[in-house]
Write a protein that binds this ligand. Sequence first.
Ligand code: ADP
Ligand code: ADP
Length: 225
Amino acid sequence: HHYIEINELEYIYPDGTKAVEDVSLYISHGESVAILGSNGAGKSTLIKHLNGTILPVKGSVNIGGTPITKKTLKTIRATVGLVFQNTDNQLFMPSVFENVAFSPRNIGITGDELQKVVEESLDKVDALGLIDKHPFKLSGGEKRKVCIASVIASNPEILVLDEPTAEIDPKGIGDLVSILRQFSHTKIISSHNLKFSRSVCSRGVVMQEGRIVFDGDLDEIFSND
Ligand code: ADP
Ligand code: ADP
């Protein structure tokens, strides 16, 4: 058994768009996997299945032996931290501190311990200096860092990031690479940026029209260019 198992997944949106078709994918503990493909390939839809943002309708997703269902959602969400593509939807509290504090507060952490968790999480993404800022005053790269800090604050085993380089300048992307490389978490990262993906992940999964058309060493994709 693999740590993460996606079996024959299919997903059709209510308007009839088939976004994911016959996707099976097995990921080991500690692996870093890039999900690549052009716009509309199905990356976001697949990624949203990994923490039950979309519940599997056809096929299944198992995390550490637990199938993702409505019943297991609470356990799954504690294990899988998802950083969405759109940072503004995740930065819903009026300060960086409050945003990062949101999940740990939810599981009962308060006072000095909460302060410590928030500071450590921000420090891990090199953003401690932003703690008192209003999220909407941040740059794209800073917003992304705060979103990542907010997700790691609840200490998930698996980190899933949907298009993390969106709205970040080249220097910010370099910073993001260093930050992500320091995390020992199992990582699944969707991106259409090959260079970024290769800097963080060794394995690449390429999607096209909802299907996996390549799964292997990212360097091989480069040599085929
Ligand atoms: P990617 O992340 O690779 O850009 P998506 O998973 O967002 O791909 O989209 C896959 C397909 O599903 C595309 O054809 C897209 O237009 C469609 N799609 C995405 N979200 C929805 C939705 N909410 N309703 C209908 N179709 C959608
Ligand atoms: P994200 O990856 O954060 O969902 P997207 O830009 O892919 O960001 O999509 C933004 C929103 O629009 C999502 O809720 C997505 O499901 C929806 N969406 C994307 N493509 C379509 C589509 N073709 N029809 C309807 N809704 C869509």
